[in-house]
Write a protein that binds this ligand. Structure first.
Ligand code: NAI
Ligand code: MG
Length: 365
């Protein structure tokens, strides 16, 4: 089968790291491992400059038609004064909304060669490979009422509302169990059923989805506060960690600190299954890094790692994903470093040299 990719490089270092992803795609097709049909379009500031909007309808149609979207980064000082409704970030928000991307996947991978950069001791994180699945479109960030009310005595009361429906919990649980089957077959579900009704329903629905459809996967329930502690105490006990929007926001930042540089972190956003494929957008966690843009300084590993996630989770190419991840691991083990992950005073290579080094590791296979 041919896998259709829409590549949206965006602004700043986005196009620089996207070029390195194209090298890896070229290797995969050249080896006959898979065939890709890659289209490229503008997003963010680049689209504002060309079309006056951060994402055209035509680009959105191409995103809908693709099996996966690979997104670089958007934004930068050049567009600081454009109207709010058409700011660069609005392009990404439109994609998320239109593709119905309700599940945010943030892996925390710790390459052995970079274990020193972790906030934790080497033995706790070396070889770490977990994914946090965060519900992204529900919960306390969106629930109504959401307000600050002034009371009769002049004091104020603020209200946020956490709401989850069984349907919302079912679909995020489905994503997590699906993912676990492509990994080490274990899901940990974090909530606080001891003090929250949404936690009670969360636990009940996850338990039912597991029993009905995924009883081959190991499921454990963990209280979210204990989960934060366990992530720092012994993170390797987890495989897939599924949780709500608020807890996921916090737990994924905790997990990010286990792994080192921003230039190393990929992510995925998944939506509903339509015509047999799950809508998906893959992107590095970092932004457009205007401070280093255009200088061949950016680390392309977060972007290449995002491609590896697309191979594994959208294209059913787990073995190809292993090849790419393995090439990254060996490149780092050989001491190749971009500036962000080189120690002070240590030698560093540029963006394109890092991409070339990873492709060389693939070619050596
Ligand atoms: P940023 O992630 O772009 O940069 C933060 C720091 O990390 C900078 O010092 C940068 O040089 C460094 N950095 C980031 N990625 C790197 C890489 N691959 N290799 C080496 N160093 C890297 O975040 P910042 O500075 O807050 O935002 C810059 C612009 O990016 C803003 O316009 C912001 O709105 C936008 N942004 C876009 C995102 C997206 O497209 N999803 C996400 C976050 C920010
Ligand atoms: Mg990004």
């Amino acid at each position: 089968a041919t896998h259709k990719i829409l590549l949206l490089p965006g602004d700043g270092i986005g196009p620089e790291v996207a070029r390195e992803v194209e090298k890896v795609l070229g290797w995969l097709s050249g080896r006959g491992i898979a065939s890709f049909e890659t289209e490229t379009d503008l997003v963010g500031g680049a689209a504002i400059d060309a079309h006056g909007v951060p994402l055209t309808d035509a680009a959105l149609d191409r995103a809908r038609a693709a099996d996966a979207v690979l997104f670089g980064a958007v934004g930068g000082p050049k567009w600081a004064n454009v109207p709010y409704a058409i700011r660069p970030e609005a392009g990404l928000l439109r994609l998320r909304k239109d593709l119905g991307l309700f599940a945010n996947l943030r892996p925390a991978i710790c390459y052995p060669a970079l274990a020193e950069a972790s906030a934790l001791k080497r033995e706790l994180v070396e070889g770490l490979d977990i994914v946090i699945v965060r519900e992204l479109t529900g919960g306390v960030y969106f629930g109504e009422p959401k307000e600050i009310v002034t009371l009769e005595d002049g004091s104020k009361r603020a209200v946020d509302t956490q709401i989850y429906t069984s349907g919302e919990i079912e679909r995020i649980a489905g994503v997590a169990f699906d993912l676990a089957r492509k990994r080490r077959n274990k899901v940990s579900s974090a909530e606080k059923h001891n003090v929250m009704k949404t936690g009670v329903l969360w636990k009940e629905v996850v338990t039912r989805v597991h029993a009905e459809q995924f009883s081959d996967v190991t499921l454990e329930h963990v209280l979210a506060d204990n989960c934060a502690m366990q992530l720092v105490r012994n993170p390797k006990q987890f495989d897939v960690l599924v949780t709500d929007n608020l807890f996921g926001d916090i737990l994924s930042d905790v997990a990010a600190m286990l792994t080192g540089s921003l230039g190393m972190l990929p992510s995925a956003s998944l939506g509903a299954v339509e015509n047999g494929t799950r809508r998906a957008l893959y992107e590095p966690v970092h932004g457009s890094a205007p401070d280093i843009a255009g200088q061949n300084l950016a680390n392309p590993i977060a972007m290449i790692g995002s491609l590896a996630m697309a191979l594994r989770y959208s294209f059913g190419l787990g073995e190809a994903a292993d090849l790419v991840d393995g090439a990254i691991t060996r490149t780092l083990a050989a001491g190749v470093r971009t500036r962000d992950i080189a120690g002070p005073g240590a030698n560093a290579v540029g963006t394109s040299e890092m991409g070339d080094a990873i492709v060389r590791e693939l070619q050596a296979l």
